[in-house]
Design a binder for this molecule. Structure first.
Ligand SMILES: [Zn+2]
Length: 455
């Protein structure tokens, strides 16, 4: 091997993602406790089941299973006809039972895919390994050398979506996270708010020489990172760290690392437990899940209906009414603006209106009202603002012509400049007419009239 050859050796990252989504069901996964723990007094939403007291028997939350099926279908997965829960055993105070009820062998959904965009706008298919149902843990708080535990979050339904190691850059990761968030929201299965912890991202990263087709024999897991931005930074850092280690001939090991926001580095949290450390075994207290064709059909229909709410689709539909792409996207992202636009479209009396103009008008309005119940009122106001703005314009050409002539007469200097060939000066004259009309003229129309009068 020539001495320079190792220097040109290039490495590529191999990245897989695990996303946990907390479902927005009313009750917990295996009991009837309230699942909405946010901002509640600690340990006020618990019972013998979610505290794992001896003799307490769990039962399955049907809504959560349906939500998990929908997530699987939206990600092009197959739904297993038979699926069951397993105990993932570990001893840690955040789960009082001493195990987490999860799924390993037969998860609800398997073998899907989603397309993501890279920095060049190229679409790549990312394979989805599985979407399985499990439960969240309690929350530990460390303060003044003491540890406090709140079990309100313990056993809130959680779905885990696992990809194959198909990502090669952080742009794809950001696009994936954004697309998943949109899917969870239009399916209405989760608020998918990363800051509140509804949606949590974990990345498995390793690096291999370009050309190698087998997976590296180690992987580093990045955990407990609560924003898109920090995850992207941590992944970038980790790719660079691992390439440098490879180049120095250092051995990389299987471990879990976190992100230090101040120092902007990843750091070791713990060496990785292998799956067998958890001693998975079928949960004897819960029945096997059997997915009927009727249920799958019902869920497929629900997903198709929900997909119509996908912001990309909604924007496309809006643009078809004539408004600009920017306006369409802006309205699609704002539920209140969208509701107003749809409301107006329903009204027959305004069917002859200029949808392009109205769409652009709504997109550019400041509408901060959060309350969807106020839409009828807001619609009336926006519509009347739009119409009065339109009718307020001077549409009479004679009137505009008179104003234009006045401005020409008052500015002989500018007229000379215009006639000498500097035609851009016409804009100053347009400004004059706009001023005289009190802003109630269409500048395009005024410009045309001025040009005609000036010959
Ligand atoms: Zn409970």
């Amino acid at each position: 091997m020539a001495s320079g050859e190792t220097k040109v050796m290039k490495y590529e990252p191999v990245i897989g993602l695990e996303v946990h989504i907390e479902l927005n069901t009313k009750t917990k996964m295996f009991c009837r406790c309230n699942a909405d723990y946010f901002g509640k007094e600690p340990n006020t939403s618990t019972c013998p089941v979610c505290l794992g007291l001896p003799g307490a028997l769990p039962f399955i939350n049907q809504q959560a299973i349906e939500d998990c099926i929908k997530i699987g279908l939206a990600l092009n997965c197959s739904i297993n006809e038979k699926s069951y829960f397993e105990r993932k055993n570990y001893f840690y105070p955040d789960l009082a039972k001493g195990f987490q009820t999860s799924q390993l062998v037969l998860p609800i959904a398997i073998g899907g895919w989603i397309e993501v965009e890279d920095a060049q706008g190229k679409l790549t298919k990312i394979r989805i390994n599985r979407a399985h149902q499990e439960e969240d843990t309690g929350k530990l708080t460390h303060r003044d050398g003491q540890t406090f535990i709140d079990y309100n979050r313990s056993s809130v339904p959680l779905v885990e979506v696992v990809t194959e190691p198909d990502f090669t850059d952080t742009f794809q990761i950001k696009d994936y996270a954004k697309k998943l968030q949109q899917i969870f929201r239009y399916l209405d299965v989760s608020n998918a708010d990363m800051e509140r912890g509804d949606m949590r991202l974990e990345a498995n990263i390793s690096v291999r020489p370009v050309g190698q087709t087998t997976l590296p024999n180690y992987r580093v897991e990045l955990k407990n990172i609560n924003s898109f931005r920090f995850m992207a930074q941590a992944v970038e850092y980790e790719i660079a760290r691992q390439i440098e280690a490879h180049e120095k001939g250092e051995k990389l090991v299987q471990e879990t690392r976190g992100w230090n926001e101040d120092k902007r580095v990843t750091y070791v949290q713990r060496s990785k437990e292998e799956a067998h450390d958890y001693r998975y075994f079928p949960e004897p207290d819960l029945p096997i899940l059997k997915m009927s064709a009727t249920l799958i059909n019902e869920m497929t229909k629900a997903v198709d209906t929900a997909k119509e709410k996908d912001p990309v689709k909604v924007a496309e539909k809006l643009v078809s009414t004539g408004m600009s792409l920017a306006s369409g996207a802006s309205i699609a992202r704002n539920p209140i603006k969208l509701a107003i636009f749809n409301e107006v479209q329903k009204e027959k009396s305004v069917l002859d209106m200029d949808w392009k103009d109205f769409g652009n008008f709504i997109a550019n309005r400041e509408i901060n009202e959060e309350n969807i119940n106020l839409v009828p009122e807001l619609t009336k106001k926006q519509l009347s603002d739009f119409q009065s703005r339109k009718s307020g314009l001077i549409s009479n050409s004679k009137e505009l012509e008179a104003l234009a002539q006045e401005v020409i007469d008052e500015n002989p200097g500018m007229v000379d400049i215009y006639k000498s060939g500097k035609t851009t000066v016409v804009m100053a004259l347009v400004g004059g007419v706009m001023g005289k009309s009190g802003g109630k003229a269409d500048p395009g129309k005024v410009k045309a009239i001025l040009e005609r009068l000036l010959g």
